[in-house]
Design a protein. Structure first.
Length: 477
């Protein structure tokens, strides 16, 4: 915290607080309280997408649930919105005034109960930290493609696994209980039995209904899998994707697959065969025997020679090797949406937009096959909106500011190009802030009936819309 001065700090358009007022907050929490100009402020507020600067009036590095509750009550007294920054998948929009940021990255704990097959984590815990503990017991969580993101942020948005999703559903489907600070600063212990409405809204509603500080969820007896990827030269995009599309309908729920059309940078961190190359990356995660998994991709090997192959039998803790998502913050642009089908005509249009000669400027344009348990309602209902969506696509590109305009043009053209096959709902964790700016856009993500219920519950649990620095669900009028 900087020294107290007499200058005022503008919090929002209507409220001006003396900087000295934050001394009250400094004294009330154990974690750091940071303002613009403090040495650690930028690091505390930094997002994974470096194009998006979050500049709150004050940032609290919470070290406990009490810190979170105190910060929320402070924000209420001073008419401030509350934003939450986790370790990825905790989407926030860049409001520059009137915001108090709560950073949860210090709330790190992992407790495995092997007998009950459960794990209890703090809000700052990443999946890699969970995997290090569950692996010792031969247990597996419904973790996503990027183990470096936070468990809680990922799960509140549904949580899509590249290995367990089609057999077990979303990570949100397996949450037992949550400790949450609601908009009035109250600490609640929420289960499906104790608070079915709030439980339903939290799991799928992302950060709209409170700050989840602890979460307990089920894990499963999975020690190993067969998976990784095959990379093909981009010149073979047509036959490779036709073979992939033919493969998908025959897959059982123990198998998950996706592909990514990639234009990779020429950097030493990448293996020589794909460094600086235009490639098609086929990803596979298979829970059955290795020989069975290898046989599944033989039709793709038959149509073109892979230039790189990482398929192998692996311990579960290596699930990140399926997608090989980037782990370092970077500036990027993105878009995503669901697809109703990936038919021959969809494939042809996709190749026109991303293949050779397309002018595609994206680092990665992927399509994931969903289905299986991802379509089924869980035993403990939640508000995840993407059930019944058979495919989803996600495009991302990065580079210097001079290239951003061209990439944004591509994203618009890509969205228009596949619009005839787009699905009405999407996976919330993949929605970019730009695509969630309006109430109408968020309503479309959830669908009218689900959104109406969420808005009604928002009026109950956050009537002043304190948690609005997100893909915002506004309280029903």
């Amino acid at each position: 915290m900087v020294d107290n001065v007499t200058a005022d700090v503008r919090i929002n358009e209507d409220v001006v607080l003396p900087r000295a007022d934050h001394t009250e907050l400094c004294a009330a929490v154990d974690g750091p309280v940071l303002e613009p100009g403090d040495l650690a402020y930028e690091e505390e507020c930094r997002l994974f997408n470096l194009r998006r600067a979050l500049t709150p009036a004050v940032a609290v590095g919470a070290t406990s649930t009490d810190d979170v509750a105190t910060a929320v009550r402070y924000a209420n007294r001073h008419g401030m919105a509350v934003a939450v920054r986790g370790q990825g998948h905790q989407v926030v929009l860049p409001r520059h005034t009137g915001t108090l940021l709560i950073s949860t990255r210090r709330l790190r704990e992992v407790t495995v109960d092997a007998g009950r097959r459960t794990v209890l984590v703090g809000a700052g815990t990443t999946w890699s930290e969970v995997l290090a503990e569950t692996d010792r017991f031969g247990l597996a969580p419904v973790v996503g493609s990027a183990p470096h993101v936070s468990v809680v942020g990922y799960t509140l948005g549904g949580g899509l696994s590249p290995l367990l999703g089609r057999s077990l559903g979303y990570a949100a489907d397996h949450v037992r209980r949550m400790e949450v600070v609601t908009a009035d600063g109250t600490v609640r212990h929420v289960t499906h039995d104790s608070d079915p409405d709030l439980y339903w809204a939290l799991l799928g509603g992302k950060g709209n209904f409170g700050v989840v500080t602890r979460m307990e969820f089920d894990v499963f007896p999975v020690r190993r899998f067969y998976g990784g990827g095959l990379w093909f030269s981009g010149e073979h995009i047509h036959p490779v994707l036709r073979a992939w599309r033919a493969l998908v309908p025959a897959l059982g729920e123990e198998t998950t697959t996706s592909f990514s059309v990639q234009r990779l940078p020429d950097v030493a961190a990448l293996p020589e065969p794909v460094r600086g190359a235009f490639v098609v990356h086929i990803r596979l995660g298979h829970l059955g025997p290795a020989r069975e998994g290898a046989r599944l991709l033989q039709p793709l090997r038959a149509v073109a020679p892979p230039v790189h192959d990482t398929l192998a039998e692996r311990p579960f803790r290596e699930i990140g090797e399926i997608h090989l998502d980037p782990v370092h913050a970077m500036p990027f642009v993105e878009t995503s949406f669901g697809l109703r089908e990936f038919s021959d005509v969809t494939l042809e249009r996709f190749v026109e937009l991303t293949g050779p000669g397309s002018g595609c400027s994206m680092k990665s344009v992927e399509v994931r096959a969903l289905g299986g348990a991802l379509d089924r309602n869980p035993a403990r209902p939640n508000s995840v909106p993407s059930r019944g969506t058979p495919f989803m696509t996600f495009a991302v590109g990065g580079g210097p500011p001079t290239r951003i305009g061209a990439m944004q043009d591509f994203l618009r053209a890509y969205t228009r190009g596949l619009a005839p096959w787009s699905a009405p709902h999407n996976l919330i964790n993949f929605v970019s802030p730009d695509e969630a700016l309006s109430e109408a856009a968020v309503r479309d993500l959830y669908g009218g009936q689900r959104y109406a219920r969420l808005a009604a519950l928002k009026r109950v649990y956050d009537p002043a819309n304190v948690f609005n620095v997100n893909h915002n669900i506004r309280p029903a009028r």
